[in-house]
Ligand binder design. Structure first.
Ligand code: GTP
Ligand code: MG
Length: 201
């Protein structure tokens, strides 16, 4: 592997668009609803327990967190959406910040890969569908990660995977990777996909 994943750190926790870094590195963006497992997945991928903060009470701070991985990639942890208890002004802040982020990348589509996380047990929510619809319309590169797959038995797992594979909101041919931060399922496959995208193999 031509990247040293041990050399990873939080570069900035940006609450304002002016704080987004502008180094010309590929951005691998982790998107999904609150509590879907974004931070846990980043920790699992980077082999670190506590780099990204795993929340017990979801959706506390609205920031876009940029993890610099060996000065070759950014892992971007977007604030989670769809947390029912969020106040309206927090929801507004979420939309503005996420919109600003994608706007800041709009001229850099080939350096942008969204890993869209969907809870494998819950399936795609209304909010997930909005995000998928937006990605389909704008032509952003994306893959799906079906999280917390350790929670499903064999039958549920097969059923849920099939449902995602035939979901009309997910463009045909999109990679769908079942993932577990508890037992590491999907880690190698997801890493492979990321390195492939960033041409770092
Ligand atoms: P926000 O930052 O609030 O948007 O949440 P998040 O998407 O970053 O989720 P986070 O990684 O903080 O995980 C939320 C909860 O799900 C925590 O209690 C985790 O321990 C749990 N969790 C995360 N990944 C897994 C998984 O693969 N399997 C299981 N069983 N639980 C998980
Ligand atoms: Mg998180």
């Amino acid at each position: 592997m031509s990247i040293n994943i041990k050399n990873a750190d939080l570069e900035i926790s940006a609450g304002l668009a002016s704080q987004f870094p502008n180094k010309p590195l590929c951005n691998i963006v982790f998107s999904g609803r609150s509590n879907v497992g974004k931070s846990s997945l980043i920790n699992t991928l980077l082999g670190r327990n506590k780099l990204a903060r795993v929340s017990s009470s979801p959706g506390k701070t609205i920031t876009v967190n940029f993890y610099n991985v060996d000065d070759k990639l950014y892992f971007v942890d977007l604030p989670g959406y769809g947390f029912a208890k969020r106040a309206p002004d927090e929801k507004r802040k979420w939309s503005m910040l996420v919109e600003d982020y994608f706007k800041s990348m709009s001229e850099r589509n080939d350096e942008l890969l969204v890993i869209q996380l969907v809870d494998m047990k819950v399936g795609a929510t209304q909010d997930d569908k909005l995000m998928l619809d937006w990605m389909n319309r704008t032509g952003v590169n994306y893959a799906i990660c079906a999280t917390k797959c350790d929670k499903l038995n064999k039958t549920e797992y097969a059923k849920s995977l099939k449902k995602l594979e035939s979901d009309p909101e997910i463009e045909e041919g999109t990679d769908i990777i079942p993932f577990s931060s508890l037992n590491g399922t999907g880690k190698d496959r997801l890493f492979d996909l990321i390195l492939d995208f960033a041409e770092l193999k």
